[in-house]
Structure formats: structure tokens, C-alpha cells
Design a protein around this ligand. Structure first.
Ligand code: SF4
Length: 483
């Protein structure tokens, strides 16, 4: 996916002005969150399940090199081919080379964020290969020429009326607004593509090292068709998706659908190992697994940021984030959006292109409360802010004025006399401009900021209060009768 360099604040302003988008965002946030809350409330001990999820991801990430080598061995034993890609470009080249040498003309794809991350569609299309997204949401945004706006629902930002217009315009069909009719149109179009496809491409929800199996969760059946119908199957996955055992997979199966869509289990849970074995009725003749690094080992090497790799891509943190719910996914400028996008994007692409993202958060903590693997997202956001601010080549995404104000503040704080003088001046000013302990008016440049907040009046500084208290106490001690 091409990286859109426009700043987050600019894109967010555009999103806030888009009335239709605002309506659509309001609808989806509530729907996803309610479904997730109900699914977890129905469990006897949801916290224990989350703890188990956290523990298995911690263990997997701590043993990543060993698990990946085991996975490679098992996939090869099952007849598959394993490729290692350090960068997006390498991953794209590997898939394109497989397609070129095997004479592939049509590719059907299951929904996969990692193939968005490496811009696979554009690379295959540049080779003259037809690529079809077969997940309904992905099919819609492919027709619209847009990137996904949500990890789970790529087209959630669109209303059914907008989709009806899009289908009529791009597929030349009569305008039909009933969701069933729109689904039927997409299904008819895609069925013919499945039948003629030479290659299927998927991501992976998890890969089990002990068996070499891949897990794919979905609700439409399109991924299962992409896996079983074409003669070649390519699965692209980030290296952090490997887990140790099938027992661990059972925990992921209990957590992920509940977190993502509020389901006990996805409608289709596909677990496959290698290509079609002799005697099996379906499955690909060839299976290729592409293991993508693309900055993940850099994250792994940093103990403070390592937990970013625990993410299951359930999308829950997006649904509760007050910022995401106002601006939608496109404002984040790349594949991953919401709190996890604000953390991952500056680590996976050059940070200067995503410098504002870690600052696009209120740090309210709602994301951490719903994360199925208990990632401390607010802490990671703060760490990312600190890292970006420390980079000498980078202004940390903080606008000029707050940056200058913070520097001036730091300068005054290190000069006690000046600090006392400034505090006294500010208190006098505060007396004149406060009412009932709150500022009535704040001067520019903090005027607009202050309009939406109750800013308390300046208090007598601690040093003065302490001096007074000490005097009183000592006076008290001095007045005590002596025996
Ligand atoms: S960070 Fe947690 S809540 Fe957010 S997408 Fe990843 S797993 Fe889901």
C-alpha cells in the first residue's frame, strides 16, 4: 500500500467534515463494542482467558526464533515451501516470482492486512496479473480504490447506499440497496473468479509451530475457497503470528472471534497443514508460506516495545477508541489504524511519515481494557511519544508552539529565583481572571484549548505553603508546656 504522507491532523480534519462518514462511524463503533462486551460477559471467567492469551503470546514472542524454525521444519515435512522475507519488497518479489514461474494469470485473495502492508496487489497487477479481493468488505474497497478503514471491517466506513452506488457504477448492475441483493451481486461476480483462479493468497490468524498448521478465521467462506480451489496457495504472515502448540490455538480460537465480532466462533475456522496430500479430495497442489519480518525483529529487540508484537489484529481497540471513532481508519494514513495502528505504524514505516500518530490519543485507557491479550496500549503510546521526541532528526510530531512552551517551562524550572518570580506573576494574573476557582478566560495560544476545559485557578505554591506550615508547627512546638 502506498504510504500517504499527509499529516494525521490534516486527514482527521477532512474526516470530521465528512458528515456521511461521521454517521457511519457512529453506527459501527457501538455495534462492534456491544457484541464484544456481550460475548465476554457470557464467559464464566473472561479475565483468566485474557491472562492465558497474554501468557501464550509472551511465551511465543520470547521463543520466536525457535518457534519459527520448528514451523519451517513442519511445513516442509508436510510438503510446503517456506520463504523468508526481510522487507516488504522481498515479500512482494517472492510472491510475484512464484506467480511468474507458474504462469499465474488470476489470483483470488482472502482478507489479509499483511498483504496490504506489503502492497501485494499493486505488484501483481504490475505484472499483468488479475487480482480479486474476495472478502465482501475488501471487494468493496477494491472497487472504490480505497485502503481498508478497519482491521476487521475494511469497508465499515461506507453505508449500504454508497455501496449500491459503487456497484452500479463499477459493475454496471442496477442499483440495489438491500444488503442481501448487494451480497448476491458480489458473490456472482466472484464465483466465476474462484473457478478460474490459478493462485490463492491469504494471510494467517496464527501458525502452529508443533504441527506446521495455519489458522484462518472468517464468516463468508471466501477464504476457504481461496485455499482449496486454486492449484497454488501462498500464505503471507508476519513472523509474530507463530504460536507454539495446538493447545495455544484453542485459546486463540476462544479469544479472537469474541474480541473481533462478538462471536463464540467464526462461521468458518480453517486449519490446514501443507498442500493437498495423496488421497485428499481438495486443497492446493502447491503451498508456499512467506514469513515476513519488515521491522518486526527490530521491535522484538526492544523489551519496552516488544508487546506490540502480541497483537491478534482483532480490532477491539479501534472500536472503543474515542479518536478512531471520530476520524475513522483512513486518517491514520496506512494499513493499521486506531491505537494499535498508532503504535505499529511508526515502527514499521519510516517514523517521519507517521510522526503524529502516537500523539493521536487521549490516553483514556479504554483500548487496554478490551485488548484480548492485555497489551498495555497507553504505555506503548507514551513510549512511542518519548522515542519520537528523543530522535534528534525529528520534531516528535509536537507542534511548534507546545514544543517552545515546554522548552521555556523547562528553562524556568531549572532557575529557582526566576521560577518563584514567574509563579507569583502568574498567580496575580490568575486572581484577576478566575471565578469560583476556575479560569474564566485564557489568553492565546491556549484560549481555544481552555474553552473546552475547566482549568483550575493557580494555587499558592507548595514551597510557600510548606514554609507557612513549618512556621506554624514550630511555633506550636515552642508553645507546648514543658514538664
Ligand atoms: S492491540 Fe489488542 S485490541 Fe487492538 S487489535 Fe491488537 S489484539 Fe486487538
Amino acid at each position: 500500500m502506498r504510504i500517504r504522507c499527509l499529516e494525521f491532523s490534516e486527514r482527521a480534519k477532512g474526516a470530521l467534515r465528512d458528515e456521511m462518514l461521521q454517521q457511519n462511524l457512529q453506527r459501527i463503533g457501538v455495534r462492534f463494542k456491544t457484541a464484544r462486551d456481550l460475548a465476554f460477559a457470557a464467559l464464566e471467567d473472561p479475565e483468566s482467558l485474557r491472562e492465558m492469551g497474554r501468557a501464550l503470546k509472551e511465551k511465543a514472542i520470547a521463543n520466536l526464533p525457535l518457534l519459527l524454525e520448528t514451523l519451517e521444519m513442519r511445513v516442509k515435512e508436510a510438503g510446503g515451501v517456506v520463504h523468508w522475507a526481510c522487507t516488504s519488497k522481498e515479500a512482494r518479489n517472492i510472491v510475484c516470482e512464484i506467480a511468474r514461474t507458474k504462469g499465474v494469470r488470476t489470483v483470488v485473495k482472502g482478507k489479509s492486512m499483511v498483504t496490504e502492508e506489503i502492497s501485494l496487489n499493486e505488484a501483481l497487477q504490475a505484472q499483468g496479473i488479475e487480482v480479486w479481493e474476495t472478502d465482501l468488505g475488501e471487494f468493496i474497497i477494491q472497487l472504490a480504490g480505497e485502503p481498508p478503514s478497519h482491521i476487521i471491517g475494511p469497508a465499515v466506513h461506507k453505508s449500504k447506499e454508497q455501496i449500491a452506488d459503487l456497484f452500479a457504477q463499477k459493475l454496471g448492475v442496477p442499483k440495489a440497496e438491500a444488503p442481501e441483493e448487494l451480497t448476491r451481486i458480489a458473490r456472482e461476480k466472484l464465483r466465476e473468479k474462484f473457478l478460474n483462479a490459478d493462485m490463492g493468497v491469504t494471510g494467517a490468524n496464527a501458525a502452529v509451530a508443533e504441527t506446521g498448521s495455519i489458522l484462518l478465521l472468517e464468516n463468508e467462506g471466501n477464504i476457504r475457497m481461496s485455499v482449496t480451489m486454486p492449484r497454488i496457495l501462498v500464505t503471507v504472515m508476519g513472523i509474530e503470528k507463530v504460536i507454539a502448540t495446538l493447545d495455544d490455538l484453542a485459546v486463540i480460537l476462544a479469544l479472537l472471534p469474541r474480541s473481533a465480532t462478538g462471536q463464540k466462533l467464526s462461521a468458518y475456522s480453517t486449519i490446514f497443514t501443507g498442500p493437498r496430500a495423496p488421497g485428499e479430495l481438495d486443497g492446493p497442489e502447491e503451498f508456499h508460506l512467506v514469513l515476513l519480518d519488515n521491522g518486526r525483529t527490530r521491535i522484538l529487540a526492544d523489551p519496552d516495545r516488544r508487546q506490540s508484537l502480541f497483537c491478534l489484529r482483532c480490532g477491539s481497540c479501534l472500536n472503543v477508541c474515542p479518536v478512531y471513532r471520530k476520524v475513522g481508519g483512513h486518517a491514520y494514513g496506512w494499513v493499521y489504524s486506531g491505537p494499535i495502528g498508532a503504535i505499529l505504524t511508526p515502527q514499521l514505516i519510516p517514523p517521519r511519515l507517521a510522526r503524529e500518530l502516537p500523539f493521536a490519543s487521549t490516553l483514556c485507557g479504554a483500548c487496554a481494557e478490551v485488548c484480548p491479550v492485555k497489551i498495555d496500549l497507553p504505555k506503548l503510546l507514551l513510549i512511542m511519544r518519548q522515542r519520537l521526541s528523543e530522535d534528534p532528526n525529528f520534531d516528535g510530531g509536537v507542534p511548534l508552539l507546545p514544543r517552545l512552551a515546554s522548552r521555556a517551562h523547562g528553562w524556568i524550572l531549572t532557575r529557582p529565583r526566576l521560577y518563584r518570580l514567574a509563579a507569583r506573576g502568574a498567580r496575580l494574573w490568575s486572581k484577576a481572571l478566575t471565578e469560583e476557582g476556575r479560569w474564566k478566560w485564557l489568553p492565546p495560544p491556549v484560549g481555544r484549548w481552555g474553552k473546552m476545559r475547566d482549568v483550575p485557578a493557580m494555587q499558592v505554591p507548595f514551597s510557600e505553603r510548606w514554609k507557612k506550615l513549618k512556621k506554624e508547627l514550630l511555633g506550636g512546638v515552642a508553645n507546648e508546656p514543658t514538664s
